[in-house]
Design a protein around this ligand. Structure first.
Ligand SMILES: Cc1cc2nc3c(=O)[nH]c(=O)nc-3n(C[C@H](O)[C@H](O)[C@H](O)COP(=O)(O)O)c2cc1C
Length: 175
């Protein structure tokens, strides 16, 4: 069976080098919309996706994440991506982590389908538990108690498309 959606799911890879040019609003909207169609527990649609494109704010998020990472080898954890997506949910959501992770997965796959590169970047929870992160949430009109689950570097790839690691033989068990 050959199917475009299946090809996207199989061929999406994490991209860690980006062109500096910003992505178009049209493409951004396509990706964001795909995120909103992920399943959510009880259909609550609890995630909120914040798209950050202001270069100063992107640099600030990069520095916040780097501060938590504290790894000399990775000074720019968002790899110079011109757009950062943050996926958050209210702390009292039924399963905030699961709902946001599914939305994040949709965003990554949609990004690849739309010709963009993306990479899930860890430590978003710590970023938005900090005083600086909470202040940003307030600025964005969100409760400062929201849980950030996913953050995604997004932009045009500036590298050859990576090859996937071989899949482990024990991935699937048919019983
Ligand atoms: C929960 C989660 C956290 C991740 N955090 C990071 C990260 O902080 N930095 C990074 O470069 N990649 C991160 N990744 C990307 C993984 O390293 C990547 O998905 C994995 O190596 C498989 O490669 P692929 O996405 O190209 O298939 C993360 C992925 C997930 C699912």
């Amino acid at each position: 069976m050959k199917n475009e959606a299946l090809e996207v799911l199989k061929n999406r890879r994490s991209i860690r080098r980006f062109k500096p040019e910003q992505i178009s609003q049209e493409v951004l909207d396509v990706v964001l919309e795909a995120g909103t169609y992920a399943p959510t527990a009880a259909g609550t649609q609890c995630p909120v996706i914040v798209a950050v494109q202001d270069p100063d704010l992107v640099a600030r998020l990069d520095a916040m994440n780097a501060g938590i990472l504290n790894n000399q080898n990775i000074s720019h954890p968002y790899y110079g991506a011109p757009t950062i997506l943050i996926v958050l949910a209210p702390e009292d959501a039924i399963v905030p982590e699961i709902d946001c992770a599914l939305a994040g997965g949709n965003l990554l796959n949609a990004a690849y389908a739309a010709g963009l590169g993306s990479c899930w970047i860890h430590r978003s929870r710590e970023m938005f538990e900090s005083a600086e992160g909470k202040a940003l949430l307030k600025q964005w009109g969100l409760p400062d108690t929201m849980t950030a689950v996913a953050s995604i570097a997004l932009g045009y790839p500036d590298c050859p498309h990576p090859q996937p690691a071989p899949r482990k033989s024990s991935y699937i068990i048919k019983v």
